[in-house]
Design a protein around this ligand. Structure first.
Ligand code: AP5
Ligand code: ZN
Length: 217
């Protein structure tokens, strides 16, 4: 299956993507994680991306689309993928459509994670991530690690993302409303959008998403 996950910052895209990708046996492709890996490896792309991410703005389309395309062309993505954080505006969505149609492929579904804004702010404020692997995500109250500041999975140090400051989160939410939300209408016109209420336990949200995908199949 080829799936796009959309939702505001902190909606739980990364959290859900990890379970859905495992259940569906497809790779989880997160442009945010790819940028963060470039930042920790101090690549030129990482330096460029960081200057935008720290302000909560979108990294320019040209480099983002090239990076996403390169990842989608890896052999493990041949039979499907779960995109998290891409596309993030209408021109990225159009670029993805062009990429897929040139290979006679198409998307199967766009899952729109719906979470009220006050909850999104709570989720981001309490989020802690592992330095060793950004897929190891915790929350100080909703998913507290056994030992404060230490990853349960690998023992790595937990930290708060630079772009999770209150001011940057405000910009990220605004960017989401102005630039990313329009892709929901774009995909609605292709009858691909399935809205998933994303309040409740992580496993409940995963179950709702899996049921929705089974209906789409
Ligand atoms: P990105 O990394 O994609 O960040 P985001 O979209 O802002 O989303 P987040 O990672 O903040 O949240 P999430 O929805 O994954 O939530 P999570 O699962 O962690 O992008 C960062 C930046 O990179 C962008 O601002 C931009 O600059 C750049 N970028 C990336 N892609 C780009 C693109 N395509 N074009 C241009 N620029 C791009 O969950 C949040 C917290 O809530 C966690 O602590 C988790 O434990 C907790 N939680 C999750 N689910 C639940 C639940 N059901 N109940 C309680 N707690 C929960
Ligand atoms: Zn870890």
């Amino acid at each position: 299956m080829r799936i796009v996950l959309v939702g505001p910052p902190g909606a739980g895209k990364g959290t859900q993507a990890a379970f859905l990708a495992k259940n569906l046996a497809i790779p989880h492709i997160s442009t945010g994680d790819l940028f963060r890996a470039n930042i920790s490896q101090q690549t030129e792309l990482g330096k460029l991306a960081k200057s935008y991410m720290d302000k909560g703005e979108l990294v320019p389309d040209e480099v983002t689309i090239a990076m996403a395309k390169d990842r989608m062309e890896q052999p493990d993505a041949e039979n499907g993928f779960l995109l998290d954080g891409f596309p993030r505006n209408v021109s990225q969505a159009e670029a993805l459509d062009a990429m897929l149609s040139s290979e006679s492929m198409k998307l199967d579904a766009v899952l729109d994670l719906e979470v009220p804004e006050d909850e999104v702010v709570r989720r981001i404020a309490g989020r802690r991530i592992c330095r060793n692997d950004s897929a190891h995500v915790f929350h100080v109250s909703y998913k507290a690690p056994k030992q404060e500041g230490v990853c349960d999975v690998c023992g790595g140090e937990l930290y708060q993302r630079d772009d999770d400051s209150e001011e940057t989160v405000r910009t990220r939410l605004e960017v989401y409303h102005t630039q990313t939300e329009p892709i929901i209408d774009y995909y609605r016109s292709q009858s691909l959008v399935v809205t998933i209420p994303a309040l409740g336990k992580v496993e409940e949200v995963t179950a709702r998403a899996m049921e929705a995908l089974a209906r789409e199949d």
